[in-house]
Ligand binder design. Structure first.
Ligand SMILES: [Zn+2]
Ligand SMILES: [Zn+2]
Length: 326
């Protein structure tokens, strides 16, 4: 199979690799589309510890079942499936036993410790492989991380009506649609001067869109920070009403500057969200067609994965970058 391989430094290299084989409990999937996530950049930039090397990145995978390993039931050859970031958990640690498998002490992640979807084929543990609602492959792919982790952030943010989204990329453009469906008002914050992102946010129904350095016209009940920029934390706290929650949705963030206690006091909550659970996946994949979520994607052929990563890094993607594989 062809794969875009990370061998420890950029650029990724197009390589011909042996076709993977589905082992016990695994499904072999022919990849059709794989969205490009900010986390992929953190992996190839060395901001996450000890990735598998060499590595096939990519953890927002849509494909079709090509073969079933021993012991796999519940899937049919040719069936369309999605593969997310959470690739394996032990099922027995204190977190797994208390409904928090996203924090599993031995969790393994797709496109990080397990080869992912920047390739023509991939294998997945069938317990972390999901049936998908109808919709084009390319537009479905961003749901598998931007959608899922975004959804977990939204739940963590609580039910407040006025929702701030810092960084209007792949996750925010999905969440804005879900939030409006839930009757919330969305306040979108982008890089200062990025009028294109502000227009995109308004097109998706944001009640207000502005620079991240601005205060919104009214205080927020909750804010979610998707951009990996620590300076946004005090800005979001200042924009949030007493009792409100600020959720950091990324896996990596630059250092958070010190800030006066007064912007946290009055029971504001600052928290992070890590990874996803299979419950998050089932809930969002059930909810998305009812919204309905329409993702906006910028397609790249598999062999242009480096160009896709560069475009994402440069903030040049409206919606989500997706590799078109199959
Ligand atoms: Zn566990
Ligand atoms: Zn991701």
């Amino acid at each position: 199979m062809r794969a875009m391989l990370f061998e420890g430094k950029l650029p990724l290299r197009l390589r011909e690799l042996p076709d993977p084989v589905a082992g016990p409990g695994q499904v072999l999937v022919r990849v059709r589309a794989c969205a490009v996530c900010r986390t992929d950049l953190h992996v190839v930039d060395g901001e996450l510890d000890r990735p598998k090397l060499p590595l096939v990145p990519g953890h927002e995978i849509v494909g079709e079942v090509a073969a079933l390993g021993p012991g796999v039931t519940g899937f049919a050859i040719g069936e369309r499936v999605g593969i997310p970031w959470l690739g394996w958990t032990d099922g027995e640690c204190v977190y797994c036993r208390t409904g928090r498998e996203n924090l599993c002490e031995r969790a393994r992640f797709t496109g990080y410790q397990i080869d992912g979807g920047y390739a023509e084929l991939t294998v997945v543990d069938h317990r972390y492989c999901f049936k998908l609602p109808p919709g084009p492959d390319l537009e479905m792919a961003p749901l598998l991380c931007a959608g899922l982790i975004g959804y977990r952030c939204l739940v963590a943010a609580g039910p407040g009506e006025r929702l701030g989204l810092y960084g209007f990329g792949a996750a925010a453009h999905i969440l804005a649609q879900v939030a409006r469906h839930q009757g919330r008002r969305v306040f979108a914050f982008g890089r200062p001067g990025d009028v294109e992102a502000q227009r995109f946010a308004r097109d998706l129904g944001a009640a207000w869109a502005g620079d991240s350095t601005e205060l919104p016209p009214e205080p927020l009940d909750a804010a979610i920070i998707f951009a990996p920029v620590g300076e946004l934390v005090p800005l979001a706290l200042r924009a949030t009403a007493p009792g409100g929650t600020v959720v950091c949705g990324g896996i990596h963030m630059s250092d958070i500057p010190s800030f006066p206690y007064s912007i946290l006091w009055r029971e504001r909550v600052l928290r992070s969200v890590a990874n996803l659970t299979r419950k998050d996946a089932r809930e969002l994949l059930e909810l998305a067609p009812r919204v309905p979520v329409r993702t906006e994607v910028v397609p790249f052929p598999l062999e242009q994965a480096n160009e896709a990563l560069a475009a994402l890094r440069g903030g040049k993607i409206r919606g989500a970058a997706v590799l078109e594989v199959g």
